[in-house]
Design a binder for this molecule. Structure first.
Ligand code: PRP
Length: 209
């Protein structure tokens, strides 16, 4: 049995579609109920939905053999897992944004609000900038509007949230997309099954592009 952690939400649904088209179907997952774990014993797959930011933890600790996680989560938490495949969807970018017209003052410590503390720290460390990090858990765009921070480091997909709040992207930190990750010991002990699955997913993605 391969245990597969899927991120709840649009990304996970899109990923499940690829798994199923690649042959790893699971009829019970489409039943309308509040169950969290779904199996297809014949095919040897067990899917479960988890909070997107928790996928890496499930896979790193082996509760899931493989999982689907955004590159943002992988960069933020640096889990000790193998990255097997880039799904090529869930594309967005991690960007620095600020109020329109914002000008950086090198004499003042830059205040950075973000959910992605490690990504932000690494980014500014690479620019040798000493910053004041303000960790928030959501609605990051509010911070510069209310003067809580000078800039934000956050995900930009369509750019609508920034636009509608009179903010603008200043710099791109890194490009993001969904990745297939594997637990290191599962990859060793279930190598054949995991490789076959990754290959089937990759073939399916090639077909779609
Ligand atoms: C994310 C991100 C931005 C928004 C960007 O928020 O934090 O707020 O999406 O998308 P856009 O460029 O297409 O407007 P999410 O909906 O995940 O909620 P959050 O406020 O909890 O971060």
């Amino acid at each position: 049995m391969i245990n597969i952690a899927l991120p709840k939400g649009r990304l996970g649904s899109r990923a499940l579609e690829v798994f199923e088209k690649a042959g790893y179907t699971c009829p019970s997952i489409h039943e309308n109920n509040r169950k969290l774990v779904f199996e297809n014993t014949e095919l040897g797959v067990r899917y479960f939905w988890v909070k997107p930011s928790d996928v890496a933890i499930y896979v790193e600790r082996g509760a899931a053999d493989i999982g689907v996680a955004g590159k943002d989560i992988l960069l933020e938490y640096s889990p000790d897992v193998y990255e097997l495949l880039d799904f090529g969807f869930g594309k967005c970018r991690m960007a620095v944004a600020a109020k329109k017209g914002f000008e950086y003052d090198p004499l003042r410590q830059l205040r950075v609000a973000t959910k992605f503390v490690n990504i932000a720290k690494n980014y500014y460390r690479s620019k040798s900038m000493d910053i004041d990090i303000i960790k928030l858990n959501g609605s990051i765009e509010l911070a510069p509007i209310l003067g809580l921070s000078d800039v934000i480091v956050d995900i930009v997909e369509t750019g609508t949230t920034l636009l509608e709040n009179d903010l603008e992207p200043i710099e791109t930190v890194v490009q993001i997309s969904a990745r297939l990750v594997a637990n290191k010991s599962s990859f060793k002990f279930k190598n054949e099954e995991i490789n076959a699955l990754a290959k089937a997913l990759s073939a399916q993605l090639d077909k779609e592009n």
